[in-house]
Design a protein around this ligand. Sequence first.
Ligand SMILES: C[S@@+](CC[C@H](N)C(=O)[O-])C[C@H]1O[C@@H](n2cnc3c(N)ncnc32)[C@H](O)[C@@H]1O
Ligand SMILES: [Zn+2]
Length: 368
Amino acid sequence: MEDRWLLEWIRCVKKGADDAVCRGRLIPVGDGLECESCRARYPVVRGVPVLRDAPRAQSVDWFEGHYAGRSRTHELTTDYLRQERAFMAGFLKRSNVSGPCLEIGCGTGLFAETAPGYIGLEYAIEPLMASGFEAADRICGDAQRLPLADASMECVFSFNTLEHVPEVDLAFGEIDRVLKPGGLLVLKPAWHCTRYTTELIPVRSYGELSARQKLVKALLPVIRSRPYKLLTWIPGRVYRRLTRRPDNPLKWRRLTPYYGKEWISDADAAAGIDCHESIIYYTSRGYTCDSHSSALRQLLAGHDVVILRKGGRSSIPVAEEERVPLDAARRHAEALREAGPAATPVALEPAPASGLPADRLPAASRSR
Ligand SMILES: C[S@@+](CC[C@H](N)C(=O)[O-])C[C@H]1O[C@@H](n2cnc3c(N)ncnc32)[C@H](O)[C@@H]1O
Ligand SMILES: [Zn+2]
């Protein structure tokens, strides 16, 4: 592999005996790559470094099958993600982003031309091999253990993917690790995926369902209504805001994805993620939320694109001599929270707003 630019960013993902990830630099050796630190070897498949270490995820066969033989060139002529592509191109231009820009779960890489210094990351190999995607920088890797250096990406973005990541909180932490201070984060998974969808309750007949599922099916018109969602979401969100702390852990719901023949949108989701919860995950780490700037907008967030900017504080481990300012910053954040109702996100060093008017965001859309 001779792509010097990509070699600058990629890192070893092997775990050592102490469970720490190696993150050594990788150098070309023969047909593959070798870690300078632990000497682990990684294959390179048609120009794509395969930097996965964890056991093969259950979803891989599903997505490999889904993407087999696909043509990116053809997909670019369709309307799929057209609106999102136009949004990302305009947004990155207005934000003066020069890269690198990492797309997590890039599929066939339909955003490649929209992002300067684009790097497409996928767990499955097939989409990375789609015809017409050859010229882009691609990595086969896992969002739960990104094969990238700390604080290396100027922008991280992801569409329709995080709901498929089994331990999605790990992916949230990894995004924070690889994003540069001041970097931009654009997230649009299918938020709020539900157990009733992965159980296919909407399309199954009553005869096929258990007593619990029958009750859920009968209540679906209520459960899916806006008043019900507002009534059940808002109190929990207010509670989460009031009790959040710096480095707030992500609360999410584990789902059992359905990989069978009958299929409805999001039946293959592995995680139910609340949009508001994602916002407070990052704002409690010093990010500012450019897409939902007021507490009210955050509380009412639905199936929205979420845009965050990493603040001055970084959660990347720091050397002992650098720890003092970080602790001071943490105390400052705690003092702010104690001073008043936790209605505003904690932003230690407010970053300049992107100037992105809310009406420039693409309309909320479900995945696929
Ligand atoms: C529904 S597709 C979306 C692809 C593309 N972003 C789009 O919007 O069309 C979800 C993608 O996430 C990828 N994926 C699932 N789990 C992943 C993981 N742990 N790390 C990286 N990618 C993952 C799958 O291989 C699949 O290509
Ligand atoms: Zn290594």
